[in-house]
Ligand binder design. Structure first.
Ligand SMILES: [Fe+2]
Ligand SMILES: [Fe+2]
Length: 296
């Protein structure tokens, strides 16, 4: 609890900066409503989607991930509290996140991008499962959400590009811009935590990098879908290593910090080993993809 109290003034400053940077935007302006047709008189059929099967998978996984917002709200509200600057942030963040599933679902329904019945069943399944981060400390949650917001930003951005559909790309780029500001907020809080409590923060950063899982793991068929998303280059090990973990660690000067305790040093060494293994696995996956492309 002490760290949360010590971080409160940093939360207040970063919140002010965030509110200044977060431009108002209207979800309804990102949906081509004129394309809408009645599902009763014209039921959904697979051929109606302009999105390729893999683009549909990626879009749907991103949407179902966003759908679990009530669970995410619970996670951060119960860790950070609902009072003072922390509480203002928790509610601001939740309000901004609320737009994401809203406009992504509207887009998919209006453009008949995915099977609406399956989408609804998957949403029910995902939300019934809920999302539970286990027993993370507040600083572990801060490290986790830094990685997660950046991973989500990249997943949305790359999914938008992959669709090759200008409206989808515009919408997902807009959502990704929100995720970017969220990442900046959490990243800078972790940086402040490194000043206040370096040993504890270093261990949290290392643990959360090594244990990281996307929040959508509870989605039906998540692993099969994640493989397709990786094969398409939308989100894979290379991206996770080069564009999520490393940029944050570099920004925190993680490997340059001095004067750490023995357990923090050990955590840092374990993370270095983990990153080099991950880099090796990413290289292996790339080579496999190239071989598959060459033989097709
Ligand atoms: Fe989001
Ligand atoms: Fe976000």
């Amino acid at each position: 609890m002490d760290l949360l109290i010590e971080l409160e003034p940093v939360v207040a400053t970063n919140l002010e900066r965030h509110l200044d940077a977060a431009k108002e935007w209207m979800p309804h302006e990102y949906v081509p409503w004129g394309e809408g047709r009645d599902f009763v008189t014209e039921p959904w059929e697979p051929g109606q989607s302009q999105l390729s099967p893999v683009a549909q998978i990626a879009f749907e996984v991103n949407l179902l991930t966003e759908d679990n917002l009530p669970s995410y709200h619970f996670e951060i509200a119960s860790r950070f509290g609902r009072d003072g600057a922390w509480g203002t942030w928790v509610h601001q963040w939740t309000a901004e996140e609320g737009r994401h599933a809203m406009c992504m679902r509207d887009y998919l329904l209006v453009t008949r991008g995915v099977d609406p019945t399956q989408l609804e069943r998957d949403r029910m399944g995902q939300m019934r499962t809920g999302y539970d981060t286990g027993s993370k400390t507040p600083i572990e949650v801060l490290a986790y959400v830094s990685y997660q917001e950046l991973a989500t930003r990249i997943a949305h951005r790359n999914t938008g590009r992959y669709t090759q559909e200008p409206m989808a790309e515009r919408l997902l780029a807009r959502v990704a811009a929100d995720e970017n500001l969220h990442m900046i907020f959490y990243r800078d809080l972790v940086r402040a935590a490194l000043q206040i409590s370096p040993d504890e923060t270093v261990q949290a950063i290392a643990k959360e990098a090594m244990e990281f899982e996307m929040p959508g793991t509870g989605i039906r068929d998540f692993h099969r879908r994640a493989v397709q998303i990786a094969k398409a280059g939308i989100y894979d090990l290379r991206i996770h290593h080069d564009e999520v973990l490393y940029p944050l660690l570099r920004s925190w000067k993680f490997f340059e910090l001095e004067g750490l305790s023995a357990p923090a040093e050990q955590a840092r060494e374990r993370l270095a080993g983990f990153l080099s293994d991950l880099d090796g696995m990413a290289a292996g996956a790339e080579a496999k993809r190239e071989r598959a492309l060459a033989s097709s």
